[in-house]
Each structure stands twice: as structure tokens, then as C-alpha cells.
Design a protein around this ligand. Structure first.
Ligand code: ATP
Length: 269
């Protein structure tokens, strides 16, 4: 595998409509990222700088990656997903070089959203060699972010971390990851919306999703996706037994909820 093939650029089909809830987060992203692109004259009039980067944080499975893809979908941009853990495991020198290539590739494919996952992987190491290695990568990332800011390139960077308090403070300065946005676990009403989205178009009884939403406190969006997948499997099993398409039932969902755990709870502990 050559270095360039590590990160492919793609055009996501997801939009904000596919992301259940998170209305405040979407609003903030619209105002700071999407509207400046669509109506630059408004931003000019107020002397407000467009650009900068967004840092999403919160418990796993609550939609950080999904949102980042949806931002690209909303503005019809390319999307590149960089997993820092993979870059960090490269030889010293190689990882900075690759990071630079990824940003270059994004500029060649603009408008482009770069999503940098696992930002907390950087700087967490106690091993001295690793620390030095991490430091060089942080420095390279700072260079790239400052370069984008200077050129106003229509390349948007969205970072994600589960633990923002471990993040190198240099990354949080103006023009870098200056917008910090919490992506919380879904509230009851949002859980119902997410269940609806995941069940859309599937054969189902008339389901009381409000009840399921009430019973899934601290479930992440990913947990709810799994619940629906489990329920789908039960219905499919019946379908294969009977030879006729069987609807997903309330009971399928209830059983699935019982078998799953709420994964966001640990994050708050
Ligand atoms: P991690 O910190 O583990 O990377 P994450 O916050 O990036 O987690 P995602 O990968 O975005 O989580 O979410 C996993 C899956 O859960 C998504 O692919 C999506 O199907 C579902 N999901 C999560 N949140 C939502 C949401 N608000 N609406 C619809 N689907 C969601």
C-alpha cells in the first residue's frame, strides 16, 4: 500500500437530515462553516473571518464522524478521514510527511472536509522516543492548520476527540481548532428521531418508539443503531422460517434493548 492510498477522498451522500437531533451543533456548524461558503458577502460586511477549524468532543458513538461526513454532504465537498493512530505508528519523519501529503491532497480536491479522528492519540505517550515523534507531528499539524487559515482555501478541518482536556493547548489557539463543540449523547426525543431514521423504509409493525426512547437513557446513536440491527435480525430469522417477509415488532426492539448496554455512561464516570 503506498502512502497516498492510506487516505482516500470520497463524496459522502449523508446530509444533516440523516443526523438525528444535535440541532444546536448543526446550527453552529451552519453559521461558521456552511454559510460563509454560500454567502461570503455577509461575513465580509461584519468583518467576521470565515474558516478556522472545528473540534468535536464527546462520548464515543454519538455522531462525531457521522456529522463530519454530513458537513461534506451538505456543501457537496470531498471528504478525507485521517486516523491519527495509524499515522503515529509510522516511522519518525514518515508521519509528518504523510500528514503534509494529506493536506496537499485536500487542497487538490477542494472544497474538502478533512476529518482528523482520535486527536487525543497525540501526545498521550510517556515513552521518550514516542513523545518526540508525537511532538513533531503536532508541529506539522499546526503548520498545516496555519497554512490553511492564511490561504482561506475552502478546506475545512474537523477534529474529534473523546478527551479534549488532554489536547495540546497549541492546537486550541485562534485560527486552529478554535470552535470547540460538545456532541452529547441523545436526549429522549432525539433517541426517538434516531430510531425512526434507522428504521425508515424497513418492514415494521406500527411501533411505539417513544417507549423505546424512554427505556434507552445513555444509549449513544451507535447503540441505537445496534438495537435496530438486532431487531432486524430477529425479524429476518422469522422471515426465513416462514418464507414470508415478517415485520419488525415492538418485542424485537424491546429484547434488543435488554441485550445491549448504554455505552455513554462510562464516559461521564
Ligand atoms: P467515536 O468517538 O467512537 O469515533 P463517533 O462520535 O465518531 O464515535 P460515529 O462513528 O459518528 O460516532 O457514530 C457511529 C454510528 O452511530 C454512525 O455511523 C451512525 O449510524 C450512528 N449515529 C450516531 N449518532 C447518530 C445520530 N445523531 N443520528 C443518526 N445516527 C447516529
Amino acid at each position: 500500500k503506498d502512502d497516498q492510498s492510506l487516505v482516500e477522498s470520497e463524496k459522502p451522500k449523508e446530509t444533516f437530515a440523516d443526523v438525528g437531533g444535535l440541532e444546536d451543533v448543526k446550527k453552529k456548524i451552519r453559521l461558521n462553516f456552511i454559510l460563509p461558503l454560500q454567502q461570503p458577502e455577509v461575513f465580509k460586511a461584519y468583518g467576521k473571518e470565515a474558516g478556522g477549524s472545528l473540534l468535536l468532543f464527546g462520548p464515543p458513538g454519538c455522531g462525531k464522524t457521522f456529522l463530519a461526513r454530513a458537513v461534506a454532504g451538505e456543501i457537496d465537498a470531498n471528504f478525507m478521514h485521517i486516523e491519527l493512530q495509524a499515522i503515529l505508528s509510522m516511522y519518525v519523519g514518515q508521519s509528518e510527511h504523510n500528514l503534509h501529503d494529506f493536506f496537499q491532497k485536500a487542497r487538490d480536491n477542494k472544497p474538502c472536509v478533512i476529518f482528523i479522528d482520535e486527536l487525543d492519540a497525540m501526545g498521550g505517550s510517556r515513552h521518550q522516543m514516542r513523545q518526540h515523534h508525537d511532538r513533531m507531528l503536532v508541529n506539522q499539524l499546526l503548520l498545516e492548520l496555519d497554512g490553511l487559515q492564511a490561504q482561506n482555501d475552502n478546506v475545512f478541518v474537523i477534529g474529534a476527540t473523546n478527551t479534549p482536556w488532554y489536547l495540546d493547548s497549541a492546537l486550541r489557539r485562534p485560527g486552529r481548532f478554535n470552535h470547540l463543540v460538545f456532541v452529547p449523547p441523545p436526549e429522549e426525543e432525539e433517541r426517538r428521531t434516531i430510531l425512526e431514521l434507522k428504521l425508515a423504509g424497513k418492514p415494521a409493525d406500527s411501533l411505539q418508539l417513544t417507549k423505546i426512547a424512554a427505556e434507552t437513557k445513555f444509549f449513544s446513536g451507535a447503540d441505537l443503531g445496534q438495537v435496530v440491527q438486532d431487531a432486524v435480525e430477529s425479524a429476518m430469522e422469522r422471515t426465513f422460517e416462514t418464507g414470508e417477509i415478517q415485520p419488525i415488532t415492538q418485542d424485537d426492539l424491546k429484547k434488543a434493548v435488554k441485550a445491549r448496554k448504554a455505552t455513554t455512561l462510562d464516559w461521564f464516570a
